[in-house]
Design a protein around this ligand. Sequence first.
Ligand SMILES: Cc1cc2nc3c(=O)[nH]c(=O)nc-3n(C[C@H](O)[C@H](O)[C@H](O)COP(=O)(O)O)c2cc1C
Length: 189
Amino acid sequence: MKEKTNHVNVKEMNFDQLFKQISPEEISDNVFTLAGKDFFAITAGKEDHYNSMIGSGGGLAVLFKKPTTWCILRADRYTLEMILKEQTYTLSYFPNEYKEQMLFWGSKSGRHSKKMKEVELISVQTPSGDMSFKEARLIIECKLTQITTPNPDDFYTQEAKEYINEAYKEENDYRKYVFGEITHVWVKK
Ligand SMILES: Cc1cc2nc3c(=O)[nH]c(=O)nc-3n(C[C@H](O)[C@H](O)[C@H](O)COP(=O)(O)O)c2cc1C
């Protein structure tokens, strides 16, 4: 019988009880909704120390023949520092009911706060040791493959030029394009 994973019993369940693995090709969400309308948690670190931020934009793609995600991270994000250190990270998507709680990760940096301890969502370790949350409906685990700093000369429309010039006002504002090969995809059972 299918187990019901509501907020009441989610706490008691372990990763295997909550999630099943699917292939990247089996992700049934619309890619533009995932990247453009939903926002997601980007989490790097291990159980003893991890950090999440909210991301939006970027996307899912194929890079060098590998299923890949890409995110756009401002250079000063603590999560980016953690991704560089760990070389792996997760993108976690949540049902709407958790939006407010997850938005908290976008409200302040983990570099100067203990924000991961303040949120109610329950952390869980994947079998590979990466971190996500029991309330997530979709978890994409990634292995860092590339961080690119886009060159302003490579932007061609007025809108794109304005975006990148605004983003390049200070070094901390630089946008890094972070590419990660998808190693595992998990969905709620
Ligand atoms: C809806 C939403 C979307 C966001 N998208 C991004 C994003 O794509 N890239 C980024 O660098 N910051 C984004 N942010 C801001 C970061 O989540 C925020 O600055 C966060 O506190 C950074 O945390 P950290 O320094 O602990 O990594 C977003 C914030 C919100 C609320």
